[in-house]
Ligand binder design. Structure first.
Ligand code: ZN
Length: 136
């Protein structure tokens, strides 16, 4: 298994709802976003998926957030709080639809140098059930 990661960034304004503190007021971040993909095999040329394709896909998603007031300019965030966690979830969902040939496994959003939230899809495999043994 190979793991491929690409980074991108965007600048945006936001404010947190249902939150008491400095971040309830409008302010901005230079967000850094890292997307991690898994790739089971390689092509003949030794590449999993071209980094260029992954970067272009990520940048296309991030362009939709760049220089926006997230709370008002992006439909998803009119109803969902603009936390780094929700931004990671939003980018994951938007990016997953765009990339073929590699499985998106997680998206991390750095809100500052020291604060990051990551979303990864929980495992959806059915839980293992064991038959209860009766006494014989
Ligand atoms: Zn903030």
């Amino acid at each position: 298994m190979y793991e491929l990661a690409v980074r991108g960034g965007f600048a945006a304004a936001h404010n947190l709802r249902d939150y008491k503190g400095k971040c309830e007021h409008i302010h901005g971040h230079n967000y850094i976003v890292e997307a991690v993909f898994e790739c089971a095999g390689l092509q003949k040329n030794g590449l999993g998926v071209d980094f260029g394709i992954l970067k272009e896909s990520l940048n296309t998603v991030l362009e939709g957030l760049d220089h926006k007031y997230l709370n008002k300019d992006v439909e998803y965030f009119r109803k969902n709080n603009t936390s780094a966690e929700n931004i990671a979830f939003y980018v994951f969902g938007s990016l997953e639809k765009r990339v073929k040939g590699a499985k998106l496994v997680k998206v991390g959003v750095w809100e500052s140098e020291n604060a990051k939230a990551t979303y990864s899809r929980p495992c959806v495999a059915a839980p293992v059930t064991r038959k209860k043994r009766g006494r014989r």
